[in-house]
Design a protein around this ligand. Sequence first.
Ligand code: FE2
Ligand code: FE2
Length: 353
Amino acid sequence: MQALIVDDNATNIALLQCLIAKIDHCQSIGFTDPSEALQRLPELDFDIALVDFVMPKVDGLELVRAIRALPRHAHVPIVMITTAEDRDVRIETLTAGANDFLAKPIDPVELRARVVNLLALRKAQQKLEQRAGFLEVEIDKALKVLVEREEEIVWRLSRATEGRDPETGGHIRRMGLTCRILAEELGLDADICRAIPVAAQMHDIGKVGIPDNILFKPGPLTPEERAVMQTHAMLGEEILSGSDALLVRIGAEIAGSHHEHWNGKGYPRGLAGEAIPIPGRIAAVADVFDALISERPYKRAWTLEAARDYVVSERGRQFDPACVDAFLRRYDEIVNLEAPASATPRAARPTAA
Ligand SMILES: [Fe+2]
Ligand SMILES: [Fe+2]
């Protein structure tokens, strides 16, 4: 342990250093010039400070305030050495941050007892700080594991409803990441940007209620089948509604609105413009673009250029213009996410539900 001693009288410093040296594992550094001590405070390491009250230029009170003002010394015990019996001086000193007093002339036995006690407190305090730091790291690690598990569970559940084709697992993951890029580009809150890549993966969770003969039909749907297929949006919203968790709340919004069109011609509610929740407007662009460049039972994969052109052509019609602009600004990043394995350079018409 290290003691800082500041006293303008060199003889006093020598005496104090000698007494401190007799305490186990304790060393000291002394300053006769309080200005120098003040100047070097930010770089000094010490576990207790012994400060003389009456000094020229910088008095003990000023030094105590300066020590307390530095975060690294905020909790170091400070002993004020004074001849003053004045109650007001003592209160002012305590208010400034000193912990204890020593009267001049110094009584070696009393000094030793006070310093040993304060150093024991300092050690306990340091142990607590270390423990708190350790716990903080452990909590961060545990939270990270929880978030990863949450993301994995959502991904696996969403994938289960997307179909049996392994490619669709890639679709929902890429689509979620595209949503995050768009949300960031549009300046959405950090909490939403963090939640949206996972929440968006549940966009088609309502397909769990769609009969297999419609969900996996390897060709165009009849109008009746299409109507059944379109119920997946409301079904998904119902499955996810009523949660307090932001992740699930955004998931419900996306599930219920990812097929709405900016011009009001989408489903299930026919919402238009900003009446469509922003996560849903973002998910619409991300979902359609990735579905177009992916191969599906009912269609071949589009080229990147054809899919991009389609998104641009639907600016202000199917899609929110701001989302399309954000998509174009971050296009290079989006197409580099991880190309779908089945993508082919051949173009075809979109038929995604
Ligand atoms: Fe959908
Ligand atoms: Fe999708």
